[in-house]
Design a protein around this ligand. Structure first.
Ligand code: PTJ
Length: 254
C-alpha cells in the first residue's frame, strides 16, 4: 500500500514533497532546500495550486526570451535537480541552452550527484564543475559567485529557478537577462528578475517547454514583440491580485 494514496485530497502536493525528500536522500538536495519547498508550498496554496493567467503570460514571455537568446543558460540547484531534471534536459535540448550547476550551499559531492542525475536524463554537457573554466560573478559573496566562463559568465539570458535573492541582482548588474520561477511574488528574486514565473516549477517547466515549441515557429520580430509587451512589475502585481482574489473567494461564507 503506497504511503500517499492517490485518493488523498492533497496527493499532488504530497507527491511533489516526496520528490524533494528522495532528492535529499539521494544527495541532491540541501537540508535547507526542504525548507525552501515548504515556503513554496505555502504560496502555492494561496495561489490555488494552479497556473494562473499572469503566470501563463510570464511563461510565454520567458519562452520568447529564451528563443531570442544567443547563449541561454539554465542554472540548476539541488531542488531543481530533484523536482524536474528531465524537463531541464528537454528544455536545454529544445532551445540550445547550456546547463550549469550552481549551488548556494556549495558541496562537491552534491554537485556530482546532480550532474549524474542530469546525465541519466540525457544531458551531454554540464557546466559548473570544471575548475579550469571558473569565473567570478562580482557583487555577491556566496558560493553562487563561482560561475563557468563558458556558461553563465558568457550568457545573455540566464534561467535561475528557485533562487535566493542576491544573485539575480548581481546577474542583472552584469548585463544578463534573468528569468526565474518563484512561487513568492514578493521575494527579492521575483522583484529583481526581468521575467518572473510565479508558479510551481513542477507545473511551469512543462508549460515553458510547450511554449518554446509553439513559439519556435515565429520570426524574431514576433518574439521581440512578445518580450516588449511583457512588464514584470505589472505581472507581479497581477499575481498578487490573483492571490488576493483567491483569498477573498475563500473568505466568503457559502
Ligand atoms: O541547492 P542549493 O544549495 O543551490 O540551494 C537551493 C535553495 C532553494 C535551498 C536556495 O536557493 C534557497 O535557500 O532558496 P530560498 O531563498 O529559500 O528561495 C527559494 C524560493 O523558491 C522561495 O521564494 C520559495 O517560495 C520558492 N519556491 C520553493 N519551492 C518552489 C518555489 N518556487 C517554484 N516552485 C517550487 N516548487
Amino acid at each position: 500500500m503506497p504511503l500517499i494514496p492517490k485518493s488523498h485530497p492533497r496527493a499532488k502536493s504530497l507527491l511533489i514533497r516526496e520528490k524533494l525528500v528522495s532528492g535529499f536522500d539521494n544527495g541532491l538536495v540541501a537540508k535547507e532546500g526542504l525548507l525552501a519547498q515548504g515556503r513554496g508550498e505555502a504560496f502555492d496554496y494561496l495561489l490555488g495550486e494552479k497556473t494562473g493567467k499572469s503566470a501563463k503570460s510570464a511563461i510565454k514571455a520567458a519562452a520568447a526570451q529564451i528563443l531570442l537568446a544567443d547563449l541561454p543558460v539554465i542554472s540548476v540547484n539541488g531542488n531543481i535537480a530533484a523536482l524536474c531534471p528531465k524537463e531541464v534536459v528537454i528544455l536545454a535540448g529544445q532551445t540550445g541552452s547550456k546547463i550549469e550547476v550552481n549551488l548556494f550551499y556549495s558541496n562537491e559531492k552534491r554537485k556530482k550527484a546532480i550532474v549524474k542525475t542530469l546525465k541519466n536524463y540525457g544531458a551531454k554537457e554540464i557546466l559548473g564543475t570544471n575548475s579550469d573554466s571558473k569565473a567570478i560573478l562580482s557583487g555577491i559573496d556566496s558560493a553562487r559567485r563561482i560561475i563557468d566562463k563558458n556558461g553563465i559568465f558568457s550568457a545573455d539570458v540566464v534561467v535561475v529557478p528557485l533562487e535566493d535573492g542576491d544573485r539575480t541582482l548581481a546577474l542583472r548588474k552584469a548585463g544578463k537577462i534573468v528569468i526565474t520561477f518563484d512561487l513568492n511574488p514578493l521575494s527579492r528574486t521575483s522583484q529583481t528578475a526581468n521575467i518572473t514565473i510565479v508558479d510551481n516549477v513542477t507545473r511551469a517547466m512543462d508549460l515553458l517547454i510547450q511554449n518554446c515549441k509553439k513559439l519556435s515557429k515565429k520570426n524574431r520580430k514576433s518574439l521581440e514583440q512578445i518580450v516588449n509587451d511583457f512588464n514584470n512589475k505589472k505581472n507581479l502585481s497581477d499575481n498578487i491580485k490573483e492571490i488576493k482574489n483567491n483569498l477573498t473567494k475563500r473568505s466568503q461564507i457559502a
